[in-house]
Write a protein that binds this ligand. Structure first.
Ligand code: GCU
Length: 682
């Protein structure tokens, strides 16, 4: 019975003809250089190929020494002289080449790379091809290298195993039992991430505690690092800026105080003794009550650079978050990160990345791309996406985020910068100079649930994130197709309809929650369900009314020159477009404009009528998704079909809840009658 634990690495038996074809191409497994040369990562590659072949064919060849027809050969230039002729240099350390070719007189499949981690990624690429059906056409050469250097998961996991914004059970980091007890699940976590090319993981919440940097916890983190190392995954920790002060080791946490800097240097040295390849620190500072350098009138750069200096001797990095806002500045929360960080461009140490959320508010179902992208040419910016669905219905609602990530990555930021994807890939500094650090972070949706992600479809978001971190130019639809083929079946009668369902899902959520650029209408604190009426929270910038600004006169947040002028943070061509309601894309209309209820939309309908129609459309789409899934019953294994159906049932209920609550609320404010044809609330 399928319970989802295997994720997309299921390797179920192929149908007969595909099996025969594959068997002829997997007669032997050869690690060039021989058994003696193989390290833990090479072992992982061989083990994965064996596991995959065993699953798909029923049996797998053992690791052998001699090349023969149909062999799969893994080799690097160091172990296989023939690899020198294959132009592997452009693949870098992590890229791979999979090619059908003649080797020493035999037809083989060669998996070649410059290092063992490249071989592991190549092995996964080959298995992906084989198990998605694409595979059976092995004539196509697979050649790929990551476009970003740091491809990282951010776990918002607390030390007591609760997970902030986690909807998939308790943390997989069994802190009580570590370091002695090592959970087998961490190996599977390593495999799953390596299959996507994820090469870093921050183990603990950005709202961090000093304890994580004390000896017992470093030992626990080291045990996790040992398990993940063969899979090419480095461990990072979230560091609380005031750690030395809170541990009583220093009298201040002022980054310019020599004793503070010395404490962090010694701490870094201590960590690297246990974790020689430790990745570095992720820091949330001066945001939502977290301590930071501004507590001492120092800048973000002062804080980040002090930590960077401690890590630099060990090649560690600092990922310094730009998610900052303070209610003392009530003007417009969306402007604050740019206002604080843009003036610091070029002042960060080379081993610092500034980690910027995809949008300027907070992981809403739809946000325009963050204005910082393209605005800090001399600072490497790292993308922060949220994989866990804090504002998109938790793990219950189906919302494939590949389309959301793609929308941001494909946004052209103007000023000759090109798309967000290109900005991330370029990093800092002039184009003709060696690249700086580059990277992408995803707030994980992983927990101890059997499905890992809290639902079957939420696994697709982990998958899509990983694939886009490897190649930010990849397409969401193709990624969905790959995922469905591996997770359910490569049969096009399954892939086509499930991919269509996924591709419509996020837009459905936008429609029934926050259409036309509305945002942050969610319930207080937990962020689940509608609460557009809330106006009495201690902080004005947490009240939904702050964001929608609905009244008799209209609805929406004026971010043009007559309002907060947030549009001025964008490059001129974007700013011009966003400043004019006629030129603003309708999906972002109320993000940038406060408009009267009788404003004429492109459809000819009034804004009021259009808004209600959007909410209705969202419900209709949720219904449609459910119907599509119902029709797939004969093609999907019973347990997963039933579990997904339950979630879609609940999603439909909650879509109606959202629509009815929001329409009723906005009607109470606009005073307008329901448009003719709008269904009565259910
Ligand atoms: C959101 C989220 C918090 C989180 C914060 C962050 O505000 O609700 O739980 O701590 O983002 O990204 O730091």
């Amino acid at each position: 019975e399928e319970d989802g634990y295997d994720l997309w690495l299921r390797y179920r038996p192929l149908e007969k003809t595909a099996q025969a074809q594959l068997r002829a191409r997997a007669t032997a497994l050869v690690y060039a250089g021989g058994r003696g040369a193989i390290g833990a990562t090479g072992e992982a590659a061989v083990a994965e190929l064996r596991r995959g072949l065993e699953g798909m064919l029923g049996a797998a060849p053992a690791l052998g020494a001699s090349v023969k027809d149909g062999a799969i050969v893994l080799g690097t230039p160091a172990t296989l002289p023939e690899a020198a002729a294959l132009d592997l240099a452009p693949l870098g350390k992590e890229g791979y080449l999979v090619r059908s070719m003649r080797l020493r007189g035999h037809r083989v499949t060669l998996i070649a790379a410059n290092s063992d981690i490249g071989l592991l990624y190549g092995a996964f690429a080959w298995l992906r091809a084989a198990s998605t059906g694409a595979g059976v056409d092995f004539a196509r050469e697979l050649r790929s290298a990551p476009r970003l250097q740091l491809r990282v998961l951010n776990h918002w996991d607390n030390l007591n195993r609760t997970v902030e914004r986690g909807y998939a059970g308790e943390s997989i980091w069994n802190w009580w039992a570590l370091p002695e007890i090592r959970d087998r699940r961490h190996v599977d976590y390593g495999r799953a991430n390596a299959s996507l090319g994820i090469n870093g993981t921050v183990l603990n919440n950005v709202n961090s505690k000093p304890d994580i940097l004390t000896a017992p916890w470093i030992a626990k983190a080291a045990a996790v690092a040992d398990t993940l190392r063969p899979y090419g995954i480095k461990v990072y920790l979230s560091a609380r800026f005031s750690t030395p002060l809170e541990l009583g080791a220093t009298k201040t946490a002022d980054p310019l105080d020599p004793a503070v800097a010395a404490w962090w240097r010694a701490k870094a040295d201590e960590i690297y003794k246990s974790i020689p390849d430790f990745g570095g620190f992720l820091v949330k500072a001066n945001s939502e009550g977290q301590p930071g350098p501004q507590d001492y009138k120092r800048s973000h750069a002062d804080g980040a650079n002090m930590l960077a200096a401690a890590l630099a001797p060990h090649q560690g990095v600092v990922m310094w978050r730009a998610f900052v806002y303070a209610h003392e500045k009530p003007d417009d929360r969306a402007k604050q990160a740019y206002d604080e960080f843009k003036p610091l461009d070029g002042t960060f140490a080379p081993n610092v990345l500034v980690q910027v959320k995809n949008g300027a508010i907070d992981f809403q179902p739809r946000e325009p791309a963050h204005p910082l992208f393209g605005a800090m040419p001399n600072t490497p910016l790292m993308m922060e996406f949220q994989i866990t669905k804090e504002y998109l219905g938790f793990a219950t609602h189906t919302a494939y985020l590949g389309t959301m990530y793609e929308e941001t990555l494909a946004t052209d930021m103007g000023n000759g910068n090109g798309t967000v994807a290109r900005i991330l890939e370029r990093g800092a500094g002039p184009k003709d100079q060696p690249r700086s650090l580059t990277g992408m972070a995803g707030v994980a949706n992983i927990g101890s649930d059997r499905t890992w992600s809290g639902s079957h479809f939420d696994q697709a978001n982990w998958y899509a994130y990983g694939r886009l971190a490897w190649d930010p130019r990849a397409g969401a639809r193709e990624i969905a197709r790959e995922w469905v083929a591996q997770t359910f079946s490569p049969d096009p009668r399954v892939t086509a309809p499930v991919v269509d369902l996924l591709m419509m899902s996020r837009e459905a959520v936008v429609n029934y929650m926050t259409p036309l650029g509305l945002h942050h209408l969610m319930g207080t604190g937990h962020h689940h369900g509608p609460a557009p009426w809330v106006d009495d929270l201690g902080r004005p910038d947490w009240n939904p009314v702050y964001y929608h600004r609905a009244g008799r006169d209209g609805v929406g947040f004026d971010r043009t020159a007559t309002g907060s002028d947030a549009v001025a943070q964008y490059a001129p061509e974007l700013a011009r477009r966003y400043a004019d309601p006629r030129a603003t894309p309708e999906p972002l209309l109320l993000w940038f404009h406060h408009l009267p209820w009788d404003y004429r939309m492109a459809s000819g309908r009034t804004l009021w009528t259009e808004l209600v129609a959007r909410y209705d459309l969202g419900v209709a789409q949720a219904e449609d998704m459910r119907g599509r899934w119902l029709r797939l019953k004969p093609a999907i294994d019973a347990r997963r079909h039933a579990e997904v159906l339950m979630a879609l049932d609940k999603q439909l209920l909650e879509a109606r809840w959202w629509r009815d609550a929001c329409v009723a609320y906005f009607q109470s404010v606009s005073g307008l009658p329901l448009p003719a044809g709008a269904p009565a609330p259910e």
